[in-house]
Design a protein around this ligand. Sequence first.
Ligand code: DC
Length: 244
Amino acid sequence: MSAPSVITIDGPAGAGKSTLGALLARRLGYLFFDTGVMYRALAWAVLRSAIDPENSEAVAALARDLDIQVLPPGSATDGRPYTVLVDGVDVTWELRRPDVEQIVSIAARHPAARAVMRERQRAIGRRGRVVMVGRDIGSIVMPDAPLKIYLDASIDERARRRTREIQQRGGSADLQHIRDDIIRRDSLDRHVSAPAADACIIFSDGLSPEQVVDIVIARIDESGGDSQDTRAYERAKNPDSAGT
Ligand code: DC
């Protein structure tokens, strides 16, 4: 099977995008790139600098200055899917802190800060062989991507999954509190979360992560690796190679 060189996965918080992205990337031998960590890294830096997360100019200036690196987990044995360095500091687990969760949607809302993040995301996407996960990847960051998935699930299912995920990491989680927080974040994120018009929408209630991966793989098989879409993407990426 030859897969499209860029696969985008968008959808609301807790829909299972990261789980799907990591599994799919592993199956295809692709890079897994969770763009949410860039906004979390920005939120972490906002807290570190004691900037007002509502201050769009200050947040955008910080975004421009920030060195964010998302690397393979290397020799870490704590179950991390990747290592995130902000200005050289390993913040991988700190990005999951409740105070980061609390402000990330606010820090991620400013257009100028988003423009900086999107350009960096595009640079990684253009290299190809990547599964990119986020909110606006198929619609805005990589609109020419040959395969776009929009993963959705009911609020109750998303709250249950998030609770389980936190508990599996050894944290304590209250289902009702998490459900309320998902509703809060949906409303803050909704301006960036619309599916691309050509996205394949998967509603994952009642499906295991492996079943969702199988649906995506079936979709890739159906479209054929050398699909028109893939060739169009390659041409858009490198106009000089048109026709090859
Ligand atoms: O997927 P996540 O929970 O790690 O995302 C963290 C925040 O970043 C969330 O508020 C949505 C936002 N985000 C975004 O606005 N655009 C993206 N491409 C990815 C995440």
